[in-house]
Design a protein around this ligand. Structure first.
Ligand code: ADP
Ligand code: MG
Length: 651
């Protein structure tokens, strides 16, 4: 069954080297119970590791069931470790995070086995007399019990071969004999057992004792009654080649990743914080962006169509005038002159604005006050839904009548009807004649927080101005916008005696310009926020990579053990990738919730319009998965390429 010829193994540590095996040759038949003895350092473990496929010899041949081991691929070797051999270590190597039963089941997740692996593991536990301890953790049990669990784990895949490297080395004599009794029973059932020990008493259980010294076989002695039973079944090495994405296996990895994440809650939370913040800001940013866009569109609609705005000063961005030239002050006569530009112009309204203190009974509210002309109501869709608009006479006569925005109504009257009531605007009595239709907010500015009065009243009674702040012009049709603009331009230059080169003292804007300006600011904002979010995602990813590297180092022995019981490179890789994706994904999901929460807070407390789009949620989630994949790849790769023996020896 096992045939090694002349194998050597040399360890190099820097300059020096140790010849652990110096040409070992031996044959072991199926059904034998072999004890390997020898002084410490004589090469017993080195030989065992090679026989158990955890290590490879430097020179020499190793044939397992007639096949040359050095020609097998890594995956084939893993398959044999899983299906043909079971390893029992002196240090037990149980995973402390899992229950006893899960430890015993562990080799099954690396196999193609699909049946009821749980009850099989339970049977194996019962076989070693620990059926009642299935839910205990390894650290809640004695050394002897732990070793029996390790034996159960070695048995669960029903291997032909059992390797045991000083299985009783850490146990007292009563437990030692209990372990040996179990191994003898297994031998009686036909298993081939190869065991290392340095105690004669333990070696006496075996039918054949091989003594080693300085990396060579010193003596090979058989007991008379030793049995080398049974024939070799030919298909033993026919290791099933498993597909990489086997659902049962993936499920096992997901469960383990979840366990590992849950067992390190704080650490996981801290390391996914970057992803969380990144995703949350992506969500909040996109919600803000589309909210701003939606309210902008809403606002453009309520602005009216084919509208021009003529204002003093150069083009304003964000309220700050650029340039230092003189500012044209428009008069009512200017507005009237523009109105005469028929048929280009349909309606005109001069406007003034300022702020005012409005008082009703004991309530007191400060808001903006807009003075507007008769046509303004139609042009800007401002005609009241409750009450009525101003008459031309009221406007000409500087009457003290007011239309209140919904916010002002709410603050001063609550739910009472304000029509016909008298309010004081800057200490002057006004009669309320209507409530303006709600327009919503434009960014942080509440457009309903306004008192609308006749332009003449506003100029001469409330604000004390003798000029207009601006003139709104409704052009007769969209095609006429450009010609209307130039006609108004010529008219104003003529009336105010401006030079043709002077383009800072007034400006004419049409709606498309507003639209462009608004969308370009929103775009710049989104890009800025987007890059902050991206940076935080990358930083978060590096955090994940860091924690995964720590986790790989911390769990080196676990990885060694997993490989020893048959995990392939791809299995280890997948396990760590699933873990890192699990982390980033959970960070992403919490981030989505936080992002939505922040958007809701912004809309309720700051009054900003936000719209969380399903697309942004999808995008952020996908992104966090990709980050887990990308930044988990290197640590996973590092874990997967560890050699089983070296990993097991890691302290
Ligand atoms: P045994 O199990 O019989 O005590 P080992 O096979 O563990 O002996 O070791 C044989 C020799 O090889 C010892 O001298 C030991 O120091 C050396 N050795 C074992 N493993 C390593 C290693 N990974 N690196 C360097 N030297 C090693
Ligand atoms: Mg040893």
């Amino acid at each position: 069954m096992i045939e090694v010829t002349n194998i050597t193994r040399t360890y190099r540590i820097g300059e020096s080297s140790v010849n652990a095996l110096n040409g070992v040759s031996l044959k072991i038949a199926q059904g034998e119970f072999v004890a390997i003895m020898g002084a410490s350092g004589s090469g017993k473990s080195s030989l065992m590791h090679i026989l158990g496929l955890l290590d490879v010899p430097d020179t020499g041949e190793y044939r397992l069931m007639g096949r040359e081991v050095s020609r097998m691929s890594e995956d084939e070797l893993a398959g044999i470790r899983n299906n043909v051999a079971g390893f029992v270590f002196q240090q037990f190597h149980l995973l402390s995070r899992m229950s006893t039963l899960d430890n015993v089941m562990l080799p099954s997740i690396y196999s193609s086995e699909s049946g009821d692996v749980r009850s099989k593991a339970q049977q194996c536990l019962e076989m070693v007399g620990l059926g009642h301890r299935a839910e205990h953790r390894p650290n809640q049990m004695s050394g002897g019990e732990q070793q029996r669990v390790a034996i159960a784990r070695a048995l669960v895949r029903e291997p032909m071969l059992i390797f045991a490297d000083e299985p009783t080395g850490n146990l007292d004599s009563r437990n030692s004999h209990e372990i040996m009794r179990i191994l003898s029973e297994l031998h009686a059932k036909g298993k081939t057992i190869i065991m290392v020990t340095h105690e004669q008493e333990i070696a006496d259980y075996a039918g054949r004792v091989i003594t080693m010294k300085d990396g060579k076989v010193l003596e090979d002695r058989r007991k008379a009654d030793s049995t080398a039973s049974a024939r070799v079944s030919a298909d033993l090495l026919d290791v099933a080649k498993l597909p990489l994405f086997q659902p049962g296996r993936i499920y096992g990895f997901v469960v383990q990743a979840f366990r590992s994440i849950v067992s390190n809650k704080i650490r996981t939370l801290l390391s996914v914080l970057g992803i969380l913040v990144g995703v949350a800001s992506v969500i909040a940013m996109m919600a803000l962006g589309s909210g701003a866009k939606a309210s902008m569109e809403e606002q453009l609609k309520s602005m009216g169509s084919n509208l021009l705005s003529v204002r003093g000063g150069s083009a304003k961005i964000g309220g700050a005038a650029q340039g230092t030239g003189t500012v044209t002050r428009f008069t009512v006569k200017d507005a009237e002159a523009i109105a005469e530009l028929t048929p280009l112009v349909r309606r005109v309204s001069g406007t003034v604005s300022g702020s005012a203190q409005t008082v009703y009974m004991d309530k007191n509210w400060s808001s903006s006050v807009d003075g507007v002309d008769f046509d303004y109501g139609k042009m800007r869709a401002a005609e009241p839904s409750i009450g009525r608009w101003f008459t031309r006479e009221e406007i000409q006569g500087r009457e003290k009548v007011a239309i209140l925005g919904t916010t002002v109504v709410k603050e001063l009257f609550g739910s009472a009807n304000p029509i016909g009531r008298i309010v004081k605007v800057n200490r002057i009595n006004f009669q309320v004649i209507g409530v303006a239709p709600a327009k919503g907010s434009n960014g942080p500015r509440d457009q309903d927080d306004v008192v609308i009065v006749p332009v003449t009243t506003a100029m001469y009674r409330v604000l004390g101005k003798d000029y207009l702040d601006g003139i709104f012009v409704e052009v007769s049709s969209a095609e006429n916008i450009e010609s209307a603009k130039s006609a108004i331009d010529v008219l104003i230059r003529k009336r105010h005696k401006l030079r043709a080169s002077d383009d800072t003292s007034f400006n004419i804007r049409d709606m498309t310009q507003f639209q462009q300006m608004l969308s370009s600011t929103t775009q710049t904002m989104s890009m800025l926020l987007g890059s902050i979010a991206a940076i935080s995602l990358v930083v978060g990813g590096i955090g994940i990579m860091n924690i995964m590297l720590v986790s790989v180092t911390e769990r080196t022995r676990e990885i060694g053990l997993r490989k020893a019981i048959g995990a392939r490179k791809s299995d280890i890789m997948m396990q760590f990738l699933i873990e890192s994706i699990g982390m980033t994904l959970s960070g992403g999901i919490i981030g989505v919730l936080v992002g939505i929460g922040v958007s809701v807070l912004l809309s309720t407390f700051a009054g900003w319009e936000v719209r969380t789009s399903p697309l942004s949620v999808l995008l952020a989630t996908t992104f966090s998965v990709l980050i887990g994949l990308f930044f988990g790849l290197w640590p996973a790769q590092k874990a997967a390429s560890l050699k089983p023996v070296e990993a097991l020896r890691y302290e």
